[in-house]
Design a protein around this ligand. Structure first.
Ligand code: KG4
Ligand code: ZN
Length: 337
């Protein structure tokens, strides 16, 4: 069976195709709309929706071209309909429904976070061994920092997450205070890796919030950076570098400490991280034993959605859905599958 997967949950129009018999990814396309957001210091939901209207048909075309397939050879369409920006999700969902309806093919919806969660299984598409179950898994992105206990495919429990900002959001808000372009996470990662010393990373001791088990909080860090920025000279590049490096250290230390605590409490060794922040090279250094998908499959993509759909199909659980299916912005529908 050939499944075409679509994801428009944030500001990337993504399309991918999986062949479930061959267990191969035939296409994996991401059209990012980050450039349209640069002047705004973050994702503007209205602009993201409009960009998907232009970007999604192009991404789907490109996916079919690179798989050398005609659209009528797709057997099943899937789309993430939760959680995410509601306007963006609705563009993806409406597009997918229209395509499936016009071709007389079934369509199904999937959860974007569940797709991130199982993205380490992407290794199986290259004939490699994935990290062994059970996992403590953390989906750590711009919109989410969620910790799960994963026993096996589809069998998982949400343990907790951030009480306020997501870790990626903390990177981006610190970046905004330091007048770095959006998204600041990758920029801070690269700059610190290339230019920062141990002294830069420890010059400011920003807070690592002490929160209940399985929970995190990053809003205090943002306030602490804002207060420090007021006292400092932001025309001094060395000063900005030290602020960025020290803030990165605080975000990552809090995350690493929490995950280690969760590993101990739950009694599970295998640690898996996905989502945009899982691209971070310093985080990878701090957690050398953890499993990370390749950076391009940590950030938003439809390959992870196609893969998850492939697993549902393998388990005869890829049920066609009704035409009145809608989209949901929040994560609370995670168990709603
Ligand atoms: O998963 P993602 O592409 O989109 C969602 O939020 O769903 O994650 C984007 C987030 C942004 O906040 C970005 O700043 C952060 O991930 N990010 C990083 C890095 N690459 C992306 N944060 C720290 N270091 C990175 N290398
Ligand atoms: Zn995501």
């Amino acid at each position: 069976m050939k499944i075409l997967a679509i994801d428009t949950s944030c500001d990337e129009s993504c399309a991918a195709i999986i062949d479930t018999q061959k267990w191969k990814l035939l296409a994996d396309v991401v059209h990012s709309h980050i450039n349209s957001m640069k002047n705004f210091g973050g994702v503007v939901p209205e602009i993201a929706s409009r960009e998907h209207l232009k970007g999604l048909p192009l991404a789907v075309h490109e996916a079919l071209d690179s798989a050398k397939l005609k659209v009528d050879s797709i057997d099943h369409f899937v789309v993430t309909n939760r959680p995410g920006l509601i306007g963006s999700l609705l563009v993806g969902l409406s597009f997918t429904k229209s395509l499936a309806f016009s071709l007389g093919k079934p369509f199904s919806t999937l959860n974007h976070i569940e797709a991130h969660l199982f993205s380490p299984l992407m290794a199986t598409l290259d004939g490699k061994e994935p990290p062994p179950f059970p996992w403590i898994a953390c989906v750590v992105s711009g919109g989410h920092t969620e910790i799960f206990h994963v026993e096996s495919i589809f069998k998982y429990r949400w343990l907790g997450g951030t009480l306020d900002d997501a870790a990626g959001e903390a990177f981006d808000k610190v970046g905004k205070l330091l007048k770095l372009p959006y998204p600041a996470g990758p920029k801070i990662d690269r700059w610190v890796r290339e230019a920062a010393s141990e002294e830069h990373r420890t010059r400011f001791s920003f807070p690592r919030a002490k929160t209940e088990v399985h929970t995190l909080s990053f809003s205090g860090l943002k306030t602490a950076v804002a207060l420090e920025v007021k006292k400092r000279d932001l025309s001094n590049a060395d000063e900005i570098l030290a602020l960025a490096a020290s803030a990165q250290e605080a975000i990552l230390d809090a995350l690493v400490e929490k995950l280690r605590q969760t590993q101990k409490l739950v009694g599970v060794q295998t640690l898996v991280l996905t989502g945009g922040v899982a691209c971070n090279s310093r985080l990878r250094e701090k957690l050398p034993e953890a499993h990370f998908p390749s950076p391009k499959h940590c950030t938003d993509n439809a390959a992870m959605v196609a893969l998850l759909a492939g697993y549902y199909a393998k388990h005869n659980q890829l049920a066609p859905e009704s035409w009145n299916t809608t989209a949901y912005p929040s994560l609370s529908t995670l168990e709603g599958k």
